[in-house]
Design a protein around this ligand. Structure first.
Ligand code: NAD
Ligand code: AHE
Ligand code: ZN
Length: 377
């Protein structure tokens, strides 16, 4: 059966640094290996704002942003076997085909099945986009484009989840919260009794704190230049909060001096996207064995630097995409964890708006007054 084009509401990023336009778009039917999803809830992550601000080397315009969402399968393309109409799903920007060398390797989630296409804003089947508006093709973003009532996604990028899950909450497992948890469990593998330092207290940083506490870290220091974030960080499990602006010394020095044994932290996490903070985080890691995990996404052209001596003396610099989770295999399990009531997921949803107010949701993210705003249509 040949599906029909759907006309629906979407937020279009016509160009960098411009507000989104909520407009009617046409969404083509899914081609071979694709599914069309009705997005029931989408949140905003800092990465959407980073790309909209023109900092992403892969940013293409006009496009439909959005990558943290949940929805229901509306129709499936030819050859799709793992999903059916009506399934509850989370679209995942890290695909998980299960058969590429990255999917087969136990240490990686960086599936290559569709990555070259998602990076170019098009679909694999024909190299084209499924979105059109006023005679123009609109690029996809991160293979998800969830700022649209309907989106088309590769089958390999869709996690099928428990139909009981509230989509306006579990949408957060499509990026930020899952990433913070995974950075702790999969990337740093934080152990009971360890000390942890977390830079940046948005949803990603708070999710790191949540998981670090769960993993048994006994010292969790939270760092942010916005002191309004400290109340939340304490609630989430931080044992100490530090504002770098309150100190004349570099933050890494402040941290090392106040660390449990005076030699730094077992694991540090950068959840901001600033290379200077990444350097501080690496240098605050424990001499001999400390690990520093880069989660934040830095602007095009930025590079890391530190004295190589920092690594020679045993600090390890790591990074993570989506917390290392293999998306289709592991996101359903994260949803189950939430359904058991064992997470703080609900608390990251600080605002819930009608989709039309998407630009206000971006303003809230920039102001530091929201963690996640969830938009519904
Ligand atoms: P957010 O904007 O909600 O939080 C960022 C926090 O950093 C804010 O609390 C802000 O006050 C703080 N901050 C800014 N500058 C600071 C500084 N110099 N020192 C200390 N604190 C500072 O963002 P988020 O949605 O939590 O995302 C955090 C970062 O993680 C972003 O760079 C995002 O692009 C990235 N990200 C990466 C992945 C991944 O897979 N690697 C996944 C999700 C998000
Ligand atoms: N496209 C950018 C990099 C952006 C980036 O690093 N994205 C993260 C996810 S951020 C989610 O909020 C990521 O997973 N990267 C690995 C990947 O395969 O995209 C660039 O520099 O070109
Ligand atoms: Zn994100």
């Amino acid at each position: 059966t040949v599906g029909k084009v759907i006309e629906c509401k979407a937020a279009i990023a016509w160009d960098a640094k411009q507000p989104l336009e909520v407009a009617t778009v046409s969404v083509d039917p899914p081609q071979a290996g694709e599914v069309r999803i009705r997005i029931m809830a989408t949140a905003l992550c800092h990465t959407d704002s980073y790309t909209l601000d023109g900092h992403d080397p892969e940013g293409l315009f006009p496009c439909i942003l959005g990558h943290e969402a949940a929805g229901i399968v509306e129709s499936v393309g030819e050859g799709v076997t793992s999903l059916a109409v009506g399934d509850s799903v989370i679209p995942c920007y890290q695909a998980n085909c299960g058969s590429c060398i990255f999917c087969k390797h136990p240490k990686s989630n960086l599936c290559t099945a569709v990555r070259q296409y998602t990076g170019k804003g098009v679909m694999k089947a024909d190299g084209k986009t499924r979105f059109h508006c006023r005679g123009r093709d609109i690029y996809h973003f991160m293979g998800t484009s969830t700022f649209s009532e309907y989106t088309v996604v590769h089958e390999v990028s869709v996690a099928k989840i428990n139909p009981e899950a509230p989509l306006e909450k579990v949408c957060l497992l499509g990026c930020g919260v899952a990433t913070g948890w995974g950075a702790v469990y999969n990337t740093a593998e934080v152990q009971p009794g360890q000390s942890v330092a977390v830079f940046g207290l948005g949803s990603v940083g708070l999710a790191v704190i949540e998981a670090a506490q769960r993993a048994g870290a006994t010292e969790i220091v939270a760092i942010d230049t916005n002191p309004d974030k400290f109340k939340l960080a304490k609630e989430w499990g931080a044992t100490k909060c530090i504002n770098p602006k309150d100190h004349d010394k570099p933050i890494q020095q402040v941290l090392i001096e106040s660390s449990p044994d005076g030699w730094g932290y077992d694991a540090t996490f950068e959840c901001i996207g600033h290379v200077e903070v990444m350097k501080a985080a690496l240098e605050a890691a424990h001499r001999g064995w400390g690990q520093s995990v880069v989660i934040g996404v830095a602007a095009a052209g930025q590079e890391l630097h530190t004295r190589p001596f920092q690594l020679v003396t045993g600090r390890q610099w790591k990074g993570t995409a989506f917390g290392g989770y293999k998306s289709r295999e592991q996101v359903p399990g994260l949803v189950e964890l939430y359904l058991k009531g064992e997470t703080k997921l609900d608390k990251y949803v600080t605002h819930a708006f009608d989709f039309d107010k998407i630009n206000e949701a971006f303003d809230l993210l920039h102001s530091g007054k929201s963690l996640r705003t969830v938009l519904t249509f």
